[in-house]
Design a protein around this ligand. Structure first.
Ligand code: ATP
Ligand code: MG
Ligand code: MG
Ligand code: MG
Length: 469
C-alpha cells in the first residue's frame, strides 16, 4: 500500500519519464495574480504560458501544487468534516502541455497512469466529457475501451473550463472512481450525483479555444492541456479506503488529535477531529507562505480557518490551546516534501498558540451567548442577524463559525440581518465621530473599517481567473 509521499513521487516520476519538466509548487499566495486569493489549482502558476505571454525552455510540465479553496469562487470550507472528499488545503497533481501534445496523448497518459501504474480496475472508472466534445468521447472509447454507458456527456459549465471572461477555454473530462454500492450516490449527471459513491479523482482540461470580449470564439492554433488530480483522493482509492480522512496522512494527524484531546474519533467527535486535522494543514501552509491572521483579506480567511478549528477543539473538551501541539506531527508527515513547513515550524507554532490563547477568552463567553439566544430553537429555525453580529463584533466570531456552530441543530443565520446590523453600526460610528475635530484619526479609522467590511463579507469575488473548475 502506498503512502501519500510515495504516490506523489510516483506521479511525478511517471510524467518525468514522459518528457515533462518537474516544476516545484508555487506559493499559496499567487505572485502573478493579485485578484486571486490563493493558488487553487495547478495551472495558476502557468497562466502566462497558456496565454502565450511568457515562454519557457519546456513545453511540458508536471507539478504537485499546494492549493487552498476557502474563499472566493472555490470555497470548500463548509464541506470539510462533512464530505469524504473535500479539504481546505490539498495537493493537486498535474501535467501540463503548453501547445505541445493535446487531447489524444493527454487521455492516453491519464488512462495508463491510473490503470497500469496505479493498477485501478477499469470497471470501477467512469468518465465524463463535455456534451459537444465528440472527439473526447471517441478517444475514451478507442484508448480506454470504455463502454458507452461509462462515458457520460455533461452539458453544464462543470465540463467547460474558462480562464476568465476572455482568453483560453475548452471542454473538460473528469475521471470518477466508483467506491461501491454500499455508499450512497450515483454516477455524474444522475440525480444522486452529489453523493460520495462516485468520486472525481482527475480533471483534464482541453484548452482548445480562445474566447473574445465580443462573444466570439476561435480555435487556438496550438491547443494546450491542463490537468488536476487530488492527491488525497487518489491516495484513498489506492489505500482501499473510501474517505480521504482515512488515508495514512490524515490518520496520523487524527491520531495525534485524539491523543491530545483524549476523545475518540467517533460520533459527533469524528467531524471535529477532521476539521482540526484539515484546518491545521491549511493554517500551517498559509503561515509558511507568509500569511498571518488579521482582520482583512487573506489574513482574515486564515483567521476564520484557525478559529473554526479552535471551536472544534473546544467542542472536544479541550480547555487549553491544542492546535499548536499538533504542528510537529504535520511537519513529520509533510516536511520532507515541503521544506518550507519545517523552516516555518516555530512561526506556525507561535502564531497558533497566540491566536488560541487570545480567542479562548471570548470563545467560551460567545458560545454561552449563542446557547442562550437559541434556547428552545428547533431544526429549521433562524438566528437573528443582530445576535450573529454581536458575536462577530464583540466576541470575534467569524460569521461562518457561528453558522458552523449551529449546523448540527439545523439552525440558520439571518445573513441579511447580519449585514444590516453591520451597516447600521458603521453608520452610527460615523455619526458619533462627526464634529469631534479628530478628522485625521477619523479618516484612518474609517479607512480600516471600510477595508475590513469590504473584504470580510464580499470576499475576493473579483477573481478573474480560476484553476481547473
Ligand atoms: P468536486 O466536484 O469534487 O468539488 P472539482 O471539480 O471542484 O471537484 P477541480 O476544480 O476539477 O475539482 O480540481 C481538480 C481535482 O482536484 C479534482 O478532480 C479533485 O481530485 C481535486 N480537488 C478539488 N477540490 C478539492 C478539495 N476541496 N479537496 C481535495 N481535493 C480536491
Ligand atoms: Mg469543487
Ligand atoms: Mg467536479
Ligand atoms: Mg473537476
Amino acid at each position: 500500500m502506498s503512502g501519500v509521499n510515495e504516490i506523489r513521487s510516483a506521479f511525478l516520476d511517471y510524467f518525468a519519464k514522459a518528457g515533462h519538466e518537474i516544476v516545484p509548487s508555487s506559493p499559496l499566495v499567487p505572485r502573478n495574480d493579485p485578484t486571486l486569493m490563493f493558488a487553487n489549482s495547478g495551472m495558476v502558476q502557468f497562466k502566462n504560458l497558456f496565454t502565450g505571454v511568457e515562454k519557457r525552455a519546456y513545453q511540458r510540465a508536471s507539478t504537485a501544487q499546494k492549493c487552498v479553496r476557502a474563499g472566493g469562487k472555490h470555497n470548500d470550507l463548509d464541506n470539510v468534516g462533512y464530505t469524504a472528499r473535500h479539504h481546505t488545503f490539498f495537493e493537486m497533481l498535474g501535467n501540463f502541455s503548453f501547445g505541445d501534445y493535446f487531447k489524444d496523448r493527454a487521455i492516453e497518459l491519464a488512462w495508463n497512469l491510473v490503470t497500469r501504474e496505479f493498477g485501478l480496475p477499469a470497471d470501477r472508472l467512469t468518465v465524463t466529457v463535455y456534451s459537444e466534445d465528440d472527439e473526447a468521447l471517441g478517444l475514451w472509447k478507442k484508448i480506454a475501451g470504455l463502454p458507452e454507458d461509462r462515458i457520460i456527456r455533461i452539458s453544464t459549465s462543470d465540463n467547460f473550463w474558462q480562464m476568465g471572461d476572455t482568453g483560453p477555454c475548452g471542454p473538460c473530462s473528469e475521471i470518477f472512481f466508483d467506491h461501491g454500492d454500499h455508499i450512497w450516490g450515483g454516477p455524474p449527471g444522475s440525480p444522486e450525483a452529489d453523493g460520495d459513491r462516485f468520486i472525481e479523482i482527475w480533471n483534464l482540461v482541453f484548452m482548445q479555444f480562445e474566447q473574445f470580449a465580443d462573444g466570439t470564439r476561435t480555435r487556438l492554433p496550438k491547443p494546450s492541456i491542463d490537468t488536476g488530480m487530488g492527491l488525497e483522493r487518489v491516495a484513498a482509492v489506492l489505500q482501499g479506503v473510501h474517505d480521504n480522512y482515512d488515508i495514512d496522512l490524515f490518520k496520523a494527524l487524527i491520531r495525534a488529535s485524539v491523543e491530545l484531546t483524549g476523545v475518540a474519533a467517533e460520533g459527533d467527535a469524528r467531524a471535529s477531529h477532521r476539521v482540526i486535522a484539515d484546518h491545521l494543514r491549511a493554517t500551517s501552509f498559509l503561515i509558511a507562505d507568509g500569511v498571518l491572521p488579521s482582520n482583512e483579506g487573506r489574513g482574515y480567511v486564515l483567521r476564520r480557518i484557525m478559529r473554526r478549528a479552535m471551536r472544534h477543539a473546544h467542542l472536544l473538551g479541550a480547555r487549553d490551546p491544542v492546535l499548536y501541539r499538533l504542528v510537529p506531527t504535520l511537519v513529520g508527515e509533510m516536511g520532507r516534501a515541503y521544506p518550507e513547513l519545517g523552516r516555518a515550524e516555530a512561526l506556525v507554532t507561535e502564531t497558533l498558540r497566540l491566536e488560541e490563547t487570545r480567542f479562548r477568552r471570548t470563545l467560551e463567553r460567545g458560545l454561552g451567548l449563542l446557547e442562550e439566544a437559541t434556547e428552545g430553537f428547533r431544526p429549521g429555525d433562524m438566528l437573528d442577524g443582530e445576535t450573529a453580529f454581536k458575536l462577530y463584533d464583540t466576541f470575534g466570531f467569524p460569521l461562518d463559525l457561528t453558522q458552523d456552530a449551529l449546523r448540527r441543530r439545523d439552525i440558520h443565520v439571518n445573513i441579511d440581518g447580519f449585514q444590516d446590523a453591520m451597516a447600521r453600526q458603521r453608520a452610527e460610528a460615523r455619526a458619533n465621530w462627526a464634529g469631534t475635530g479628530e478628522a485625521a484619526s477619523e479618516a484612518i479609522w474609517f479607512g480600516i473599517k471600510e477595508r475590513v467590511g469590504a473584504t470580510e463579507f464580499l470576499g475576493y469575488d473579483t477573481e478573474t481567473a480560476e484553476g481547473v473548475v
